[in-house]
Design a binder for this molecule. Structure first.
Ligand code: FAD
Length: 314
């Protein structure tokens, strides 16, 4: 089923919804562990799961295999990421054909990051330069077969000099045929809400899923926010500083912070949330439990629609 159909159904039912991102592990054992986790996380009721695409297509077979397994074995709706990095047209064609044959109906179309060891992104012969080109190509080749998502950057993409251009390029991706948007991680919720309103004011009505990355460790958080140049409010720095060497306390803080972020987003009417799981299970489960989206039982089950939560919505 297409992600947009699933989102439309959640909206019609007036309920919150969420999705999980995974990446292809490096080892065979890692893949088996991920499958175990996916099986358990099925009980958390994600609307869909998506699997990243390695820069340069390095893990492309595994991305397709994990999506197919999530879909056919675990009954999860799957979305395959696909990037243009080191992907000549012929490789894009193979990936799309294999995705279709594997029963995958959802693609997150991306330009991609530069491959490891390369600082600047360059297109390859017969490849595409921007995600917009890939979105347009998928539509041309496959019509409405795929539901197409694209990435967006509430703080502006790292390569974009004039941040206003990012909104213009996002509009181009939507006009080229994209169906929904997933955002880059962020920690400044007010900044996100400001950007979200700007996107809506531009006339983009497609679903937008905020990307929430629970803090799992101080080192990982510092590295990620440094690489992505993410704005981190002073209050978060202040809260982390005294506990930064206590992994358990950092994780617990990460859970509470994500709960507060989601609550604030709900206040402005946002009901769908995309979790960057980093292939980990516990924090996401605790966040969903803390929000009362799922029941806090050993094998958590999605709660039925909760009218008291809904009434809090603006
Ligand atoms: P684009 O939208 O093409 O934008 C890239 C840059 O070009 C931006 O600076 C933009 O402003 C500029 N631009 C766009 N259109 C034009 C134009 N017409 N003229 C001039 N400039 C233009 N990376 C991976 O390698 N694998 C993944 O699986 C993956 N998953 C991701 C999932 C999400 C939700 C997000 C937010 C990012 C993901 N990334 C992934 C990272 C992403 O590939 C990088 O951020 C990449 O640098 C940009 O990809 P994009 O699709 O947003 O590119």
């Amino acid at each position: 089923m297409k992600i947009t159909e699933k989102i439309a159904k959640a909206e019609a039912d007036d309920r919150d919804f969420w999705s999980f991102e995974y990446f292809p592990p490096k080892t065979e054992q890692g893949v088996l562990n991920l499958y175990d986790r996916m099986e358990r996380m099925y009980a958390l009721g994600p609307e869909f799961v998506d699997v990243t695409w390695g820069a340069g297509g390095g893990t492309s077979d595994l991305t397709i295999q994990i999506c197919q397994t999530a879909h056919t074995v675990y009954g999860l709706e799957a979305c395959m990421h696909l990037t243009c990095t080191n992907m000549p047209r012929e490789k894009i064609d193979i990936a799309l054909r294999e995705a279709k044959e594997a029963g995958i109906e959802n693609i997150l179309a991306l330009r991609g990051d530069p491959p490891r060891g390369q600082s600047e992104w360059t297109s390859c012969d017969t490849g595409f330069s921007y995600a917009t080109d890939l979105v347009r190509y998928i539509r041309e080749q496959y019509g409405d077969h795929f539901c197409i998502g694209v990435a967006a950057y509430p703080e502006g993409h790292i390569d974009t000099v004039n941040k206003a251009d990012d909104l213009k390029y996002l509009k181009q991706k939507m006009d080229a045929g994209a169906d929904y948007i997933v955002t880059q991680l962020f920690y400044d919720t007010e900044l996100y809400i400001h950007w979200y309103r700007q996107v809506r004011e531009m006339g983009i009505t497609a679903p937008i899923l905020p990307g929430i990355m629970p803090i799992q460790s101080y080192g990982g958080f510092s590295r990620m926010t440094f690489l992505c140049k993410t704005v981190v409010p002073q209050a978060i720095h202040d809260a982390l500083e005294p506990i930064k060497n206590d992994d358990k306390a950092v994780k617990e803080y990460g859970v509470q912070l994500a709960i507060e972020m989601v609550k604030r987003l709900r206040e402005v009417g946002i009901r769908g949330f995309h979790f960057y799981t980093l292939n980990l299970e516990k924090s996401v489960r605790l966040i969903l439990e803390g929000l009362e989206f799922v029941a806090p039982i050993e094998v958590a089950k999605p709660l039925p629609w909760n009218p008291s939560l809904s009434r809090k919505r603006e």
